[in-house]
Design a protein around this ligand. Structure first.
Ligand SMILES: C[S@@+](CC[C@H](N)C(=O)[O-])C[C@H]1O[C@@H](n2cnc3c(N)ncnc32)[C@H](O)[C@@H]1O
Length: 211
């Protein structure tokens, strides 16, 4: 728990347990306390990365491109403390819920787009974003991160959750993680990795910056 939390994220007590929290309208039935809502690390890889004390370099107010937004569980928390937050998701069903989460969040911009085709949203997303968050849980996770590197500022950060089983269910997760890191190094310098096992089976959290 060494690293500082971004401004707008606090550890607060909910029912006697200290948990991460942001200020905003509830989205997924999470406990609330006044305007604060608990951020469940079991349902959020970025929440797990913060809970585990990874150095995300998030300080609050950043411009964020979030890939794999699903119904908005995590990206809603991000938009509670970040600046403009572009949320890419290619499945129409979860995007309906994502739009609802965006109703009360004026800095959250849902995009029904395929993260493997960045050219289709390059005209919408501003350049030099501070943070690229990726949780697509699909084959080719390193490739998606490399293809979206173009949006990141030179001193920006990639905050990536790698799901081993999405790459190959038959291989040992550690071998998959090695391959993904090797592929990533084509465009990123990896600063920190950490297994998210405590919260998400067979997932690796990665912090990297563009090289
Ligand atoms: C593990 S879920 C994301 C959960 C979400 N990040 C959260 O914490 O609230 C992965 C999501 O990525 C989406 N996804 C997978 N491949 C994608 C792609 N190429 N473009 C956009 N979304 C994609 C899936 O449809 C799914 O909703």
């Amino acid at each position: 728990m060494s690293e500082a939390l971004p401004e707008g994220v606090q550890r607060r007590e909910f029912d006697g347990t200290e948990r991460l929290a942001t200020r905003g309208e509830p989205v997924y039935g999470e406990p609330t306390d006044g305007e604060w809502r608990a951020w469940n690390p079991h349902r959020s890889k970025l929440g797990a990365m913060l809970e585990l004390g990874m150095d995300t370099a998030l300080s609050g107010g950043e411009t964020v491109l979030y890939l794999g937004a699903a119904s908005g569980t995590t990206v809603s928390h991000v938009a509670d403390f970040a600046g403009p937050t572009y949320a890419v998701e290619f499945a129409p069903r979860p995007v309906r819920d994502l739009l609802e989460a965006a109703d009360s969040r004026e800095r959250l911009f849902p995009l029904l787009k395929d993260a493997r085709k960045p050219a289709t949203y390059a005209h919408v997303v501003e350049s030099d974003v501070d943070v690229l968050v990726q949780d697509v849980a699909t084959r080719g996770q390193a490739r998606v991160a490399l293809e979206n590197r173009q949006f990141l500022a030179d001193d920006g950060r990639l905050l990536l959750a790698v799901k081993a089983r999405s790459e190959d269910v038959t291989r040992a997760p550690s071998a998959v993680f090695e391959d993904v890191q090797a592929a990533l190094s084509e465009g990123y310098e990896i600063l920190e990795t950490r297994t998210l096992e405590e919260y998400h089976a067979d997932h690796l959290g990665v912090v990297a910056r563009p090289r």
